[in-house]
Design a protein around this ligand. Structure first.
Ligand SMILES: C[S@@+](CC[C@H](N)C(=O)[O-])C[C@H]1O[C@@H](n2cnc3c(N)ncnc32)[C@H](O)[C@@H]1O
Length: 246
């Protein structure tokens, strides 16, 4: 498993940015009250997140992935920012199966793939602070599929309103390009605000390339349950970009 933009590994609710933005109040806090769900995917996620929530923190992608590793699995965590990398090192200390790399995630992904044996998954979760990052994602994956066509890839992207200027619509352009790189691909989105309210980021999505069998069904059930808990205005969707044989 490859995580190209790993971040700090764990986030405390009282840390300055978390406390200021209070994103957890409209996100994970709403799910905290759920005891049992119909979706197995959501149940697994909640059982991983709950112990952290109980100590006022949220696990980042490295901790979530690490908790799912099987005995012979390896997790490659890449993070470029020195301060974030130091935090990541501290959080992942003594956790088995992890290799930490203080390097550019795009360059690192190309250098570390294909894995041996030739199976694995990639998470790409950039900050998209620079417009160039949308193109970095497509350029890197085009190269990666040149030497590792079986890779399963999940790319997170923001849904941005017109207020975001040049970045408005950039995710949509990016995933149309990405969708063509693999044999199969879909996008799944969660919309939490009205796009016309000029709120900047009104939702987010993931583009999944070479998805495992039935992931679309599991993800759709999880999203259906999530939207009912998160509020009347919250909606979700899943759309195939390319299916087998098309
Ligand atoms: C959105 S955060 C990642 C969050 C993380 N995936 C999680 O779920 O907790 C993006 C991270 O990418 C790092 N970053 C930015 N550009 C990078 C690059 N080219 N290579 C590796 N890391 C980068 C930033 O320092 C930041 O920590």
């Amino acid at each position: 498993m490859f995580d190209t933009h790993s971040g700090a590994g764990k986030y405390q609710f009282e840390e300055t940015t978390m406390a200021q933005n209070k994103e957890f109040e409209s996100g994970i806090s709403k799910l905290e009250s759920i005891s049992q769900t119909r979706s197995s995917l959501l149940n697994n996620y909640l059982s991983i997140v709950k112990p952290f929530y109980d100590e006022s923190s949220y696990p980042g992608s490295p901790l979530i992935s690490q908790s799912l590793l099987r005995e012979n699995d390896t997790l490659h965590l890449m993070e470029l920012h020195p301060a974030e990398f130091d935090k990541l090192q501290h959080v992942m200390k003594r956790r088995s199966g992890c290799h930490l790399h203080k390097r550019d995630g795009f360059e690192g992904l190309l250098a570390l793939t294909p894995p041996r044996p030739n199976r694995g998954a990639v998470l790409i979760d950039p900050p998209y602070e620079r417009f160039q990052e949308y193109q970095d994602v497509s350029r890197t994956l085009k190269k990666m599929f040149g030497h590792w066509e079986q890779g399963i890839v999940v790319i997170w992207y923001p849904l941005l309103s017109a207020r975001a200027g040049k970045k408005h619509g950039a995710s949509e352009v990016m995933y149309e390009v990405l969708g063509d790189l693999a044999k199969t691909s879909f996008v799944a989105e969660l919309v939490v605000e009205d796009a016309s309210d000029d709120n900047g980021m009104y939702g987010s999505g993931v583009c999944v390339l070479n998805p495992p069998w039935q992931l679309d069904e599991h993800l759709s059930s999880a999203l259906d349950e999530l939207t009912t808990v998160m509020g009347d205005d919250v909606t979700s969707s899943l759309r195939w970009l390319k299916r087998e044989g098309e």
